[in-house]
Ligand binder design. Structure first.
Ligand code: SF4
Length: 315
């Protein structure tokens, strides 16, 4: 693996574009969550696919899909990020999150399961908490069955974080945002009821709030017990894809959480609600899904274009 480009700041997030032997590029990120210092919380986000076949209209990772990363290629990313801060592999961080979410739907890659099995042996990291963030594609049932087994065996009692992307409770709009066959809300709830055990972390339902796309707390209440699920609301990331597809975030700089009907409705229904606005600087750095890679490719393309222009005009 070769690092092709990097950007960011040690105080928030560093984003790396790396190239593998097949010539494909992926993005990985390491970040902290101010004001917490790195020894309290440190988050690594790695890619699991070269691009992503799902092509969600708000995600820059979609398109240019070129297959799955191997177990070694996933570990290459993790080893690089770990060694850059903790060369001896000892990670004295209270909450060390390893998130399989950067580029690619993780359930499309069985190597993610192998990485999960090996992870606790690879690093000396007592605070390790792996996190799978998924849209729950219908064809990935065997991945989820195996994930259930690994989580029970290795990561019980709050040492695993499971997240599902819901975004809206309107079925048609949900299909527009995640254009593949996937589990509906009752199917997600059925799986989670098996997955969640006493002392586990609550399962997170993620909503990137898009203007015009509803979140109906009564509908959620039918399926998801507030004792087992928490709701995480985020702005829609300012990706190139979102702009191209006319998707606008409900949460902007003038947004007031206390006056938001969605937040109030969810809290009234008994849910714990986390509103994660993130750092504006993070957007500028480009650590949102696939964004930096797109910029990097655009820069390379511009260079190639101007190079071809020079050749054409000077030969
Ligand atoms: S949001 Fe996730 S599933 Fe959708 S295209 Fe991006 S990486 Fe793939």
């Amino acid at each position: 693996m070769r690092i092709k480009a990097s950007t960011g700041s040690n105080s928030i997030a560093c984003v790396y574009v790396s190239e593998f032997d097949n010539g494909s590029l992926v993005v990985m990120v390491e970040s902290v969550q101010p004001p917490l210092p790195r020894n309290k919380k440190w988050v690594l986000i790695v890619s699991t696919l070269f691009g992503c076949p799902v092509q969600c209209p708000m995600c820059d990772a979609g398109g240019h899909y070129r297959g799955r990363l191997s177990k070694k290629e996933i570990f290459d990313q993790l080893d690089f990020l770990v060694k850059s801060r903790f060369p001896d592999g000892k990670i004295p961080v209270e909450k060390f999150k390893v998130q399989f979410a950067r580029m690619g739907e993780p359930s499309f890659n069985p190597s993610v399961l192998e990485v999960l099995e090996e992870l606790p042996l690879r690093y000396n990291a007592p605070g390790l908490i792996p996190c799978i963030s998924t849209i729950a594609p219908s064809g990935a049932s065997s991945f989820f069955e195996e994930l259930l087994r690994i989580k029970r065996k290795t990561y019980s009692c709050g040492n695993f974080q499971m997240q599902f992307s819901i975004h809206t409770t309107d079925r048609e709009l949900r299909d527009r945002l995640m254009p593949v066959n996937k589990w509906d809300l009752p199917q997600i709830a059925r799986y989670c009821n098996e997955f969640w055990q006493q002392a586990d972390r609550k399962i997170t339902l993620n909503f990137a709030l898009v203007r015009g796309m509803p979140v109906d707390s009564e509908e959620l209440q039918k399926h998801f017990d507030p004792e087992r699920f928490l709701m995480k609301l985020t702005p829609l990331n300012p990706t190139y894809a979102a702009a191209r597809n006319g998707l606008v975030s409900q949460i902007d700089s003038s947004w007031d959480e206390t006056r938001c009907e969605i937040v109030n409705g969810l809290r009234k229904a008994g849910y714990e609600v986390i509103v994660s606005i993130g750092e504006m600087e993070e957007n500028l750095i480009g650590s949102n899904c696939g964004q930096y890679l797109t910029e990097h490719l655009a820069t390379e393309r511009r260079l190639i274009d101007s190079y071809s222009y020079d050749i054409k005009n000077h030969s």
